[in-house]
Write a protein that binds this ligand. Structure first.
Ligand code: PEP
Ligand code: MN
Length: 467
């Protein structure tokens, strides 16, 4: 196994709003994960090639700054207390080919449009975060894929190998890690430009939303849109015109799956002398890699970033508490997010015991709902999809469970795209089995399309009003 060069590249400390908290457990043990079980790692065929890719990554500049990461931790602490709401959304798997200006713009636009509706519904600031600018690696249930008698390595995301079913494409290539970094950099650059350069102006985003409710299929949402309209008109009549109307903040996040990549981008901040994973503002650990004694949990336990963990329906209260103890030993506000993904049919039984146990332990992590990954199934014709109604029902169950437990439903984690794809069944366009074939583009999990995303935002806004 290769060892990353001892990187001490300094990260410029930005002006964080909050004072850095306690040092993570043994900040010096950033390589301890190398001796622990490392599941879901690619079988790189050439150790030397991996080592040079890692050396190259280790010398590249940070994608995010420590001060921004600290500021996000503060925002998430607010969401955990019910004083803000998190919207995290983007592709299941970003691809290099789709990192175009138009596709990124449409995704950002969709998240911004959803955020306006949720802001109104919650009467709270919405923290916007993309599953973007780094979501290039996927865990897989099988290491290989067989088609017509030919077996090749499974596609693990553009950061590892190609999707085409050829031996050449499917062989893991560590230079793809470097390409993932550069693609993340250009994506993040565009996101920063969009959110600060006028594109995100609240008045414009609201105009787009008026477009969404302007036809008969979406008329059910016209009342809420009308209320937002009046609020906007009231602000305009008062002459309100302030910076927060013109620009916004958007943070980046991805699943911290590829340990060599995340380790190469973990740097010591020059201001605090503490380690930050500068590949994104927020990193999460997936359902398949959250073993409490495993490599992923160990590495993320040592960085200052706010971290998330996916919790599926088999999670026990003991599992959740052990993860909290390891990842957030100091009960630091905003440090830990639990992303529950139970399935619509399970959430009302599976979530309450976790909420109770975690609250009884005196912990207040940020709880957010991923209504996607517990609701995936394959149709009779072999297409991997989800039902929009089940996605909505899981969100509803999430709010119900929190209301009963007296805990805070703090956000949503959504797989979406800004395009008019047909990957999820239902929604206002009522996509059916036959329609799935018309524009099914995802290389991994089915995403809500632009309309379905907005519809979900309107429905969740109503739930938020009653929370
Ligand atoms: C994902 O978020 O794309 C994913 C694989 O989720 P999970 O780890 O919850 O299965
Ligand atoms: Mn997915």
């Amino acid at each position: 196994m290769s060892t990353a060069p001892a990187t001490r590249l300094e990260v410029p400390g930005g002006a964080g709003d909050d004072v850095p908290g306690p040092a993570p457990r043994s900040a010096g043990g950033l390589d301890a994960h190398r001796d622990l079980p490392r599941v879901q790692q690619p079988a790189w065929p050439d150790a030397g090639a991996l080592e040079s890719a890692v050396a190259e990554l280790s010398a590249l500049p940070p994608l995010v700054f420590a001060g921004e990461v600290d500021r996000l931790r503060g925002r998430l602490a607010e969401a955990a207390q019910g004083r803000a709401f998190l919207l995290q959304g983007g592709d299941c798997a970003e691809t290099f080919a789709d990192a175009t200006a138009d596709a990124i713009r449409r995704r950002v636009k969709t998240v911004l449009q959803m955020a306006v509706v949720l802001t109104y519904g919650a009467s709270l600031p919405v923290v916007k975060m993309g599953r973007m600018a780094g979501q290039f690696a996927k865990p897989r249930s099988s290491d290989s894929e067989t088609r017509d008698g030919v077996t090749l390595p499974a596609y693990r995301g553009d950061a590892v190998n190609g999707f085409a079913f050829t031996e050449e494409a499917r062989t893991p290539d560590p230079q793809r890690l470097v390409k993932a970094y550069h693609t993340a950099a250009s994506t993040l650059n565009l996101i920063r430009a969009f959110t600060s350069g006028g594109f995100a102006d609240l008045r414009q985003v609201h105009e787009w939303n008026r477009g969404f409710v302007g036809n008969s299929a979406t008329s059910a949402y016209a009342d809420l849109a009308g209320e937002i309209d009046r609020a906007m008109a009231f602000m305009a009549a008062c002459g309100a015109d302030f910076d927060a109307l013109r620009s916004t903040e958007m943070f980046s996040s991805h699943e911290a799956l590829l340990l060599d990549y995340e380790r190469a981008l973990t740097r010591i901040d020059s201001r605090t002398q503490l380690p930050y994973d500068v590949s994104a503002h927020f990193l999460w650990i997936g359902e398949r890699t959250r073993q409490v004694d495993g490599a992923h949990v160990d590495l993320l336990s040592r960085v200052r970033n706010p971290v998330g963990v996916k919790l599926g329906p088999t999670t026990t209260p003991e599992d959740a508490l052990a993860l909290a103890d390891k990842l957030d030993p100091d009960h630091e506000p905003g440090r830990l997010t639990f992303v529950t993904r139970m399935g619509a049919g399970r959430i009302r039984e599976a979530l309450p015991p976790l909420l109770r146990a975690v609250a009884d332990a005196g912990r207040t992590p940020l709880w957010i709902c991923d209504p996607m990954h517990g609701n995936t199934f394959t149709t009779a014709s072999g297409v991997k999809t989800r039902r929009f109604d089940e996605v909505v029902d899981e969100v509803r169950g999430f709010f119900e469970a929190h209301r009963e437990a007296g805990t805070v439903p703090g956000g949503l984690h959504i797989e979406l795209t800004g395009d008019d794809v047909t990957e999820v069944l239902g929604g206002v366009e009522d996509i059916d089995d036959a329609a799935l074939a018309t524009r099914y583009e995802t290389l991994c999990d089915p995403r809500l399309n632009h309309q379905q995303s907005l519809e979900l935002a309107f429905l969740a806004a109503d739930m938020l009003r009653g929370r």
